[in-house]
Design a protein around this ligand. Structure first.
Ligand SMILES: *[C@@H]1O[C@H](CO)[C@@H](O)[C@H](O)[C@H]1NC(C)=O
Ligand SMILES: *[C@@H]1O[C@H](CO)[C@@H](O)[C@H](O)[C@H]1NC(C)=O
Ligand SMILES: *[C@@H]1O[C@H](CO)[C@@H](O)[C@H](O)[C@H]1NC(C)=O
Ligand SMILES: *[C@@H]1O[C@H](CO)[C@@H](O)[C@H](O)[C@H]1NC(C)=O
Ligand SMILES: *[C@@H]1O[C@H](CO)[C@@H](O)[C@H](O)[C@H]1NC(C)=O
Ligand SMILES: *[C@@H]1O[C@H](CO)[C@@H](O)[C@H](O)[C@H]1NC(C)=O
Ligand SMILES: *[C@@H]1O[C@H](CO)[C@@H](O)[C@H](O)[C@H]1NC(C)=O
Ligand SMILES: *[C@@H]1O[C@H](CO)[C@@H](O)[C@H](O)[C@H]1NC(C)=O
Ligand SMILES: *[C@@H]1O[C@H](CO)[C@@H](O)[C@H](O)[C@H]1NC(C)=O
Ligand SMILES: CC(=O)N[C@H]1CO[C@H](CO)[C@@H](O)[C@@H]1O
Length: 858
């Protein structure tokens, strides 16, 4: 008996360490017959057709579906929808209750920018092309469509060395390597391993070709590989349908506009979310966090939000407070203190609920039947921080009600300002329902962060819902490794296999729903680790558990830029790095980048040395300098965020988005822009005190000295001492600013000023967006700013938000020799005019921003 058991154990282990390629089978793709069109009908917005398998099934990685339906819809002038689905309608598709896509507007195809052509080829059967003018932007020529129950393959030809951006979530360089890239979409709690799949899934990419961008999105929740190799982009998908949307662009911002119109515009954030935030995992007590808050203040480094990780919980259980180290009464005091100082509190919540019949959230959830189940109907039990845990099934009819109820109790105890939802891939420390068979109230002994027990079930390799025939390149071998098992059941009878990638999105929906119900007219702040297409409408994101290394600092820029494409512009990485010990130099360099992340937060792992920004004098100084730029430019950040809300345009942008005509920008991810007017050129190399920064043609101005730099489409070496980050204003841009204070609330009360950076023709323009920064039904105000012929016009575009602070200062970069200033005709005797470094600063103005104004400089 004993002998037999150990053989079995060895076998199980052997299976567990098999490579992904061994776990699947080798499908005979070459024999796949493709499909033929058997009938076609025009519809109001395009056409529909039926397809039939064109020969003997190849059953490469599943069972070929013989009858398909094709729908081609010209949704709008710039969006084309091509959907191939099974005629029987059995394949799982993302329900509209989870992600409701923008409805087709049914453009007459003669008006559409993208043309659709299908063809029938003798060898590969049905194929199609999407084209724009002379460019064929998607072209399946030479590749059969493979449509099986557990495998869909669609391949499009690419030009050699194509410029591809997007597809993730993955820590990688911004421009994808088209020679040999396999991007796997399978949400995974992994500490940002380079080029592998991590927390979220985004099957959107864009391509730059001949100076124009276009994009494609596959609407499908299944695990997949998107492969860039051999001059093709190939989708290998574990189920669902081939539901593609194509976006015409032609600019990068247009593609993101068209994509976010489809999946949802970025959510409106509270203004305070733009402030600098501090967190760490491993704070020992509420008192220590109190000290952190006080120490930031002493160091005169602005701190907007104090965060606490799971440490505050009673044995890491949701909705509880550690009675000794984080007693509720002390947390309440801390929150009061923060509010009295115009600061905020955000705390973490996980989806995993301790399985313990005396723990209210579990008991009530069990009673209301809200947990994910095993196929035998028992609760699926994984292991997370608090031991054996159940996972909310967001499809369960009572799930929202139960989750809201738990959150309401929690908020009534401690009315925090925002929420942080983590571990929602969903992460588990074991594989399979490892708590099954263990009596209900057995909770593993503390410490909870000890290694989880090596309890896992033998993997049934003949169950294709556990081990699909095609093995996507998930580095953890089996799909169910350390997450809810793919064979676990949701309330609607759907296996987790189909919906794994939308678990985090569904948790975001339920949590966002609570927040907007609990405080109906307050914009919530919600940070989620796991995201999917459409998550941007609900959440902000940080890029996860990266390492304190210069490489990760660099990669963090690319990841931030990726999330701009994904429609989640409120994004940032853990400043100073999460895993491992940071260094003084790295932390200084990181805040110099992080001060410009749209979401700017320092976060650290338990056990690592402290890395709050005040811990080293050089870091404190670098922080004060860089954050002073951010806080001065809060009106500019907020205006850009509003562009995201209205049009999806990312706040942080790569150079290639603004300068697609300059080939050299295609791969730059060491620098980035905020909006289209501010260029950040940080140091990303240990020991460096200069930086080689690319400057597009035109004039640029140093933020600090106002000195002009002539851009010539090449790199220029800039000085970059440790405490200094290079920031340049584009000639041609007007940036709205406010005198910075220690909180965003106080900054908002200060005088406005404008940085007018003129281009070579002596012109500049910009925008300013204003509202109350807090409520949904706030009035707003859009203002246009334009400078030409020595005249600055402030024009009211729309809205009637009443702005109290006055515009008191104008900085003209690249303009000197100003002697007199008139505001709407009236001379300004009180104005002080200062000329220096080819620039002019005019102070002592008092311009009411509720009205249009014209300021002339002579
Ligand atoms: C589409 O536009 C063409 C050309 O303007 C016109 O002939 C055709 O009737 C229109 N079709 C529909 C369905 O509106
Ligand atoms: C590229 O093509 C070669 C030759 O056909 C093939 O062996 C290889 O697997 C392909 N690469 C990928 C990633 O599909
Ligand atoms: C706060 O600053 C004081 C005085 O410098 C120092 O003793 C203490 O360790 C600091 N505490 C934290 C949590 O930063
Ligand atoms: C189960 O929950 C109850 C109520 O919160 C708590 O008193 C008890 O200590 C928990 N059991 C364990 C082992 O954590
Ligand atoms: C393994 O999976 C197959 C297919 O679902 C099933 O028929 C079989 O009973 C399973 N074996 C075990 C031991 O559960
Ligand atoms: C899960 O993945 C880890 C990392 O690759 C591996 O060590 C472990 O054996 C896997 N576990 C199972 C049950 O597959
Ligand atoms: C970080 O530094 C601490 C204190 O010196 C040390 O105990 C710990 O092992 C270090 N961690 C790493 C990952 O090097
Ligand atoms: C002009 O440049 C000098 C030297 O770079 C600098 O010290 C000074 O602060 C600059 N003036 C302004 C107004 O920025
Ligand atoms: C602009 O709004 C502020 C704040 O409500 C107010 O004090 C000021 O009088 C307003 N000016 C105009 C012209 O409406
Ligand atoms: C992008 C990158 O280098 N990520 C690293 C994040 O940290 C983990 C370790 O925690 C590394 O394995 C990754 O390579």
């Amino acid at each position: 008996m004993l002998f037999k058991y150990s053989i079995l154990a060895l076998l199980v282990q052997a299976i567990a360490v098999r490579a992904h390629s061994d776990l699947g089978k080798r499908g005979n793709i070459a024999s796949c017959p493709g499909y033929k069109i058997v009938s076609k009908q025009d519809t109001a917005s395009g056409f529909s057709a039926t397809l039939k398998l064109a020969g003997k099934p190849c059953n490469a990685y599943g069972n070929d579906v013989s009858d398909l339906k094709l729908n081609v819809d010209f949704d709008s002038q710039d969006r084309l929808h091509v959907h191939v689905q099974d005629s029987a309608g059995k394949q799982y598709q993302i329900p509209a209750s989870v992600l409701k896509l923008d409805a087709s507007k049914q453009t007459n195809k003669s008006k559409a920018s993208l043309k659709f052509n299908y063809f029938q080829d003798a060898k590969h059967g049905f194929g199609f092309k999407v084209s724009r003018g002379k460019d064929t932007v998607f072209d399946t020529t030479g590749h059969p469509l493979i449509f099986e129950d557990q495998y869909i393959e669609v391949t499009s030809n690419l030009p050699s060395n194509a410029n591809i951006y997007g597809i993730g979530e993955t820590p990688d360089w911004f421009r994808r390597d088209t020679a040999n890239t396999i991007k796997t979409l399978w949400n995974r709690d992994a500490a940002d391993p380079f080029q592998e799949n991590v927390y979220g899934s985004h099957s959107i990419h864009m391509e730059l070709r001949n100076g124009k961008f276009h994009g494609a999105y596959l609407h499908n929740s299944h695990g997949m590989d998107i492969v860039l190799a051999n001059n093709t982009i190939q989708y290998r998908v574990l189920g669902g349908t081939a539901d593609f949307y194509f976006f015409n662009g032609p600019t990068a911002l247009d593609v993101i506009d068209q994509y976010t119109e489809l999946v949802g515009r970025p959510n409106r954030i509270p203004y305070w979310a733009l402030g600098f935030q501090n967190c760490r995992y491993g704070y020992k007590s509420v008192y220590e966090v109190n000290d952190v808050i006080a120490n930031y203040s002493k160091a005169e480094i602005p701190l907007e939000v104090a965060w606490t990780d799971i440490d505050y919980m009673d044995r890491t259980r949701d909705f509880t407070f550690d009675p000794v180290n984080f007693p509720l009464s002390e947390m309440q005091k801390q929150l009061k203190y923060l509010h009295a100082h115009n600061q905020k509190m955000v705390l973490m919540t996980d989806p995993a609920i301790q399985r313990n019949s005396s723990y209210g959230p579990y008991a009530r959830g069990h009673e209301q039947d809200v947990f994910v189940k095993n196929s035998d109907g028992s609760v699926f039990v994984g292991q997370v921080w608090p031991g054996y845990t159940a996972f909310p099934d967001w499809f369960a009819p009572n799930a929202d009600k139960w989750w809201s109820g738990e959150l309401k109790r929690y908020f009534e105890a401690l009315p925090i300002d925002g929420m942080w939802i983590d571990m929602n891939e969903a992460a588990s420390f074991c594989t399979g329902s490892c708590g099954s068979g263990i009596p209900e109230d057995v909770v593993p002994p503390l410490p909870w962060n000890a290694d989880p027990p090596p309890v896992y079930r033998p993997l049934n390799i003949s169950n294709p819902m556990l081990v699909p025939p095609y093995a996507i390149h998930n580095p953890w071998v089996e799909l169910s490794n350390k997450t809810i098992e793919t064979t676990a059941l949701h309330a609607n009878g759907v296996l987790d296999y189909h919906v794994h990638n939308i678990y985090g999105l569904m948790m975001s929906i339920a949590t966002h729903k609570f927040l907007t119900t609990y405080r109906p007219n307050t914009r919530p702040f919600l940070l989620s680790r796991s995201t999917f297409a459409g998550s941007g409408a609900l959440v902000s994101h940080w890029t996860g558990d990266n390492e304190s290394s210069f490489k990760d600092l660099h990669v963090s820029i690319a990841s931030m830029l990726d999330f701009g494409i994904f429609g989640i512009p409120m994004v940032g990485a853990d400043i100073c790095g999460f895993n491992g010990n940071t260094t003084e130099e790295l932390c200084a360099r990181w805040i110099e980048v992080g001060a410009f992340y749209p979401f700017s937060r320092d976060h650290n792992v338990i056990g690592a040395i402290p890395q709050e920004l005040y811990r080293w004098e050089s870091v404190a100084e670098a922080s004060r300098c860089a954050l002073a730029v951010r806080y001065a430019l809060l009106p500019y950040f907020y205006t850009n965020y509003q562009h995201a809300v209205e049009n999806g345009w990312p706040v942080a942008r790569p150079l290639v988005f603004q300068y697609p005509e300059i080939a050299a920008t295609s791969a730059i991810d060491k620098q980035f822009l905020i909006g289209d007017g501010l260029l950040i050129s940080p140091v990303l190399t240990q020991g460096a005190v200069t930086v080689d920064a690319f400057f597009p043609k035109g004039v640029w101005y140093d933020w600090y000295t106002y000195k002009a730099v002539k851009g010539e489409n090449k790199e220029i070496t800039l000085d970059a001492p440790l405490e200094h980050v290079n920031v340049h204003v584009r000639g041609g841009a007007i940036l709205p600013a406010q005198v910075p204070a220690m909180t965003t609330t106080d900054s908002r009360k200060n005088d406005y000023y404008l940085v007018v950076a003129v281009d070579e023709r002596g012109r500049a323009e910009g925008k300013l967006y204003l509202d109350d920064g807090e409520t949904f039904d706030t009035p707003h105000r859009w203002i246009s700013l334009e400078y030409k012929n020595g005249r600055l016009s402030v024009s009211q575009d729309s809205g009637n938000y009443r702005v109290a602070p006055k515009l008191t200062k104008v900085v003209l970069l690249g303009v000197d020799n100003v002697k007199t200033v008139r505001v709407s005709g009236a001379s300004q005797s009180a104005a002080k005019i200062l000329s220096e470094n080819d620039s002019t600063t005019v102070e002592g103005l008092s311009i009411d921003l509720n009205r249009s104004a014209s300021i002339s400089f002579k």
